[in-house]
Design a protein. Structure first.
Lengths: 228, 401
């Protein structure tokens, strides 16, 4: 009797051929709902936050669903961080941290932005707090947010020409009164030290600082030529 | 005679004129270096554009060129009214990244200093906020307590402010038992002192008139604007990271999260005053039940050994040298938030497995809360801006980073 395949409607006894391993835990409904929007789940990191990668073109619809759908309802935008990966393709990444007060869950959303067209959709309409977050990412990393009502610099002066949190910007800064040379993807500062031997008056900035070889997470990197 | 009568300007004509006014960056009521570009219609604020960045020191850029332990020095100078609270946030971030277990006593000491720092920030807020709204005597009362609090911190860490007391894996020195007694005495007398503050301000007609109904935001507006901390709770949203995303010993502590009802400047004042009482309540529990044990993790492959042992033991000296020169946490990324005095202070760290962080993003509550200054002040009177700034209480060091 037991070895007859049971009719699902008359479930009197469990099937004997059930595997001995424990069934995997049911997936988090939030993960299911967010992946249904077309987001790719990223492996968990040390802080165990739910993390997703969203394509740049899909970000406006995903963002709208994250904010408005009742089963998601991420009411608060905590943070927007622009990150520069000079050796990756796409070069920039915008990292959003969203907090659902309803579920008390924080998710991390990553949107890749290429260097040729450093533009991503603004989310000011959905989360008005994004206004200054996006202005800061524009100021510091040079990302443009399409649809932002007032995309100006916020921390640096309005006429400042560079985006200091890019990896090719030297930490000692670039004096505005000194000309600079951009060669091979490297910003160079001209030293004012007249005693320096000829030919050594330019200090190239190490692009790989803090980014040892191998940190690419499998994403394709730019060819090494043309990069210092 | 006729020329004179032709040039008479009526009251209605005057109202047509709008005045552009730049308030700050050196205005005493803007708490540092904030500039507000205002357009006024009479005394009404038509438009307001806060200009920040005068105190930008590039901390996030510097962090990419410093070791994890070195960055503590810069976190001190974010919200300089609660330097140790910022250090705790950074320490928790790095420990989560590297998976370092912190001993119970070190966690208790950290929770204690977090609450002391909240009191320190709120005391300054009470004093300065009193001055801004005309209650100058409040300054004297609040700073009396702040000075005696700094004496305690001085004894614990060696410095009054910007202490650099935290270490990855623990704290820099133990909390001596006689200091615990002095802290308990300080906390015991605090309730009476808060009563004094309330006598000066809470029922004060002038203070009430200056603060009530000023800078009002609804709960939904506050969430949309990303407000956190006392400014959010004043609107009636009882969200506190010590409860919502707990860290340190907060899950074991008994405390209440005060909320307001109207979300105006007066409610923000009441919430902060009640938070001071709750902090005192938590400090009493923590100081009474301070666990014994280590104050820094014994994991000396990842943690700086105590200085005394470095001078006497060969092994610890090697560990010290190795930790300073070549300690690298694993690859990965961490977002860790703490409930600072002004709201959610978060550190997002991206590690490439090197000795320096690849990217550090500081989610500063002052920066985000300051964004609310514009919607709060447009449509109000010019003189209300000072009260709104006082009640928002942003710290420009944290805002501009």
């Amino acid at each position: 009797m037991a070895d007859v395949p049971a009719n699902p409607s008359s479930s009197t006894s469990p099937a004997p051929a059930a595997p001995a391993v424990a069934a995997p835990p049911p997936p988090d409904p939030l993960i299911v709902a967010i992946t249904a929007l077309g987001a790719e789940v990223l492996p968990p990191t040390q802080d165990q936050l739910l993390a997703f990668r969203v394509e740049r073109d899909e970000w406006p619809t995903v963002a709208r669903a994250l904010r408005r759908e009742p089963q998601l309802s991420f009411e608060m935008l905590i943070d927007v961080a622009g990150v520069d990966f000079p050796k990756r393709q796409p070069r920039f990444e915008v990292v959003y941290h969203l907090w659902s007060l309803t579920w008390n869950k924080v998710v991390r959303i990553k949107v890749g932005v290429p260097e040729e067209d450093p533009q991503v959709a603004s989310v000011v309409e959905l989360w008005p707090t994004a206004d200054w977050h996006e202005r800061e990412a524009f100021d510091m990393v040079g990302l443009k947010f399409a649809g932002h009502p007032d995309l100006r610099r916020i921390l640096m002066p309005d006429d400042y020409p560079w985006h200091p949190l890019r990896k090719d910007f030297p930490v000692e800064g670039i004096d505005n009164s000194i000309s600079y040379v951009r060669a091979g993807g490297v910003l160079m500062t001209r030293e004012l030290d007249v005693d320096r031997p000829a030919g050594q008056d330019r200090t190239p900035v190490d692009l790989s600082h803090g980014d040892p070889a191998g940190y690419s997470d499998g994403t394709p990197t730019l060819p090494e030529e043309g990069r210092a | 005679m006729s020329t004179l009568t032709e040039k008479i300007v009526t009251v209605n004509d005057l109202h047509e004129e709008r005045m552009e006014l730049s308030m700050g960056p050196q205005h005493p009521a803007t708490h540092g270096v904030l500039q507000c570009k205002l357009i006024l219609d009479g005394e009404k604020v038509v438009s307001m554009d806060p200009v920040v960045g005068y105190l930008h020191r590039g901390k996030e850029k510097h962090a990419e060129h410093m070791t994890y332990q070195q960055f503590f020095t810069l976190t001190d100078r974010l919200d300089y009214l609660q330097p140790l609270g910022n250090e705790v946030g950074w320490a928790l971030t790095v420990e989560k990244l590297a998976g370092i277990e912190v001993p119970a006593r070190a966690q208790a000491i950290r929770t204690i200093i977090c609450e002391f720092m909240r009191l320190s920030a709120h005391l300054v807020w009470a004093g300065i906020g009193g001055v801004d709204t005309g209650a100058v005597s409040m300054f004297m009362y609040a700073f009396r307590d702040r000075e005696s609090l700094f004496d305690l911190m001085d004894e614990l860490t060696g410095l009054r402010t910007n202490q650099e007391y935290l270490r990855i894996g623990g704290v820099g020195a133990d909390l001596p038992p006689e200091l615990v007694t002095r802290m308990q005495q300080w906390v015991a007398q605090l309730h009476g002192h808060i009563d004094e503050f309330e006598m000066l301000l809470t029922g004060n007609k002038i203070f009430h008139d200056r603060m009530r109904g000023v800078g009002q935001v609804s709960a939904q507006q506050a969430i949309d604007l990303g407000l956190t901390g006392p400014c959010l709770r004043a609107t009636g949203v009882g969200v506190d990271l010590r409860r919502a995303r707990p860290y340190l010993l907060y899950p074991q502590l008994e405390f209440e999260v005060p909320v307001g009802t109207r979300g105006d400047a007066y409610d923000r004042y009441l919430v902060r005053i009640e938070e001071m009482r709750q902090s005192a309540k938590m400090l009493k529990q923590l100081l009474d039940g301070l666990p014994a044990g280590d104050w820094i993790a014994k994991d000396f492959k990842n943690v700086l050994p105590p200085k005394g042992r470095v001078y006497t033991s060969m092994e610890e000296m090697i560990h010290q040298f190795k930790t300073v020169t070549e300690w690298c946490p694993p690859k990965g990324e961490v977002y860790q938030a703490t409930e600072a005095a002004n709201g959610e202070l978060g550190f997002y760290v991206l590690s490439a497995g090197a000795s320096h962080p690849y990217r550090v993003k500081i989610r500063s509550p002052s920066f985000i809360n300051l964004q609310a200054l514009k919607p709060m002040s447009v449509g109000s009177y010019f003189s209300d801006i000072v009260a709104i700034i006082a009640s928002l209480h942003f710290i420009m060091g944290e805002c501009d980073r």
